[in-house]
Design a protein around this ligand. Structure first.
Ligand code: SF4
Length: 325
């Protein structure tokens, strides 16, 4: 069966007065129907830019320079503006990170949900209102509150409204960008559970953007680890958690507190993500990597399949070095 979405060799740059920002540097990704893919990495890795690229919403200074984004076997990058407007918010929708800025403060939440339904579905105003009440009910908002304004809701309730807007037209693919980061810890698990339940109910595929491996463990089927605009490791949940192969992924796990392992000290990854305007030659992780070799400073490694469907971009895993595999 073909994938619902397949990204090949995607390159996205931003041109600024100071130079080019290399945000996404030739990534490959795929996701099947009903699957959840975790897109994991530190701030600045290019995760959100990738999601905006899928929706063709890269801001004005940005440019998709190369690659393809195939959705149901049609390249989104070659679609007409009308076709992409029909798909965006309808078949592919996004839950934005911050509910405070995602909602319009001068529109009631009922109007904001109905706007999406009426834009994409052939229905009467009465049918749109009924659907709005139904979808807000699914995220726990009672009918008597639907005509209130965003400022009358708490942060957690606002994020529920954002989720309802994203799900209003039963999307095939949901892009969830750190959907719980702006929420209190006490309600993060509740909102994540709700997203997962709704996703199962509607059979939706999801790309879950996060830096939290705990959330990934509970929600994802496959995982892509992103660093400096590249996917450095991709595999099933078991590949990434039980057969961790890339030094950066190992570093992420070592810096994460765990209840099942007794650790005296967490081991943060030394150094910082490189400036996307001045990426290092060779492997982008080499200035921080405890295993770097001479070749790492000059040659960017290709992806190597270390296990069926488990790809790693690291010279330790290329046969040319004879070190492994
Ligand atoms: Fe480390 Fe070299 Fe692998 Fe990069 S290619 S992660 S520097 S060992």
């Amino acid at each position: 069966m073909s994938d619902l979405l397949e990204i090949k060799d995607l390159v996205i740059r931003f041109d600024t007065e100071d130079g080019s920002v290399h945000a996404v540097n030739g990534i490959d990704l795929h996701i099947g129907s009903g699957e959840t893919l975790g897109l994991v990495g530190e701030t600045g890795a290019g995760k959100t830019t990738t999601a905006l690229g899928i929706l063709r919403l890269v801001p004005d200074s940005g440019k998709i320079c190369a690659g393809s984004i195939s959705y149901k076997n049609v390249d989104i990058l070659k679609m007409s503006d009308k076709n992409i407007l029909d798909i965006r918010g309808n078949e592919i929708s996004m839950i934005f990170q911050d509910p405070m800025t995602a909602l319009n403060p001068v529109m009631t939440i009922s109007a904001q949900v109905m706007e999406v339904i009426e834009r994409h579905q052939a229905c009467t105003r009465g049918e749109a209102r009924a659907r709005m009440i139904e979808i807000l009910g699914k995220v726990g908002i009672r009918p008597e509150r639907v005509d209130e304004y965003p400022h009358q809701f708490s942060g957690g309730m606002k994020q529920r409204v954002v989720i309802a807007i994203a799900l209003a037209c039963n999307p095939k693919l949901l892009l969830a960008d750190e959907p719980t980061t702006a929420l209190d810890v006490t309600i993060q698990a509740q909102v994540m559970r709700m997203i997962n339940d709704l996703k199962k109910e509607f059979g939706t595929s999801m790309i879950l953007i996060t830096h939290d491996l705990g959330i990934v463990a509970k929600s994802c089927d496959s995982v892509a680890i992103m660093y400096a605009g590249e996917i450095v490791e991709f595999g099933s949940l078991e590949d990434i958690f039980d057969r961790t192969s890339h030094p950066y992924t190992k570093g992420l796990f070592a810096s994460m507190p765990r209840l099942d392992v007794e650790t005296e000290r967490l081991m943060p990854i030394a150094g910082l993500m490189p400036d996307p305007m001045e990426l290092p030659l060779g492997c982008k992780f080499h200035p921080r990597c405890p295993h770097r070799m001479e070749i790492c400073t000059t040659d960017n490694p290709q992806g190597t399949e270390v296990n069926y469907g488990h790809l790693v971009k690291c010279h330790l895993h290329t046969t040319k070095n004879g070190d492994m595999d």
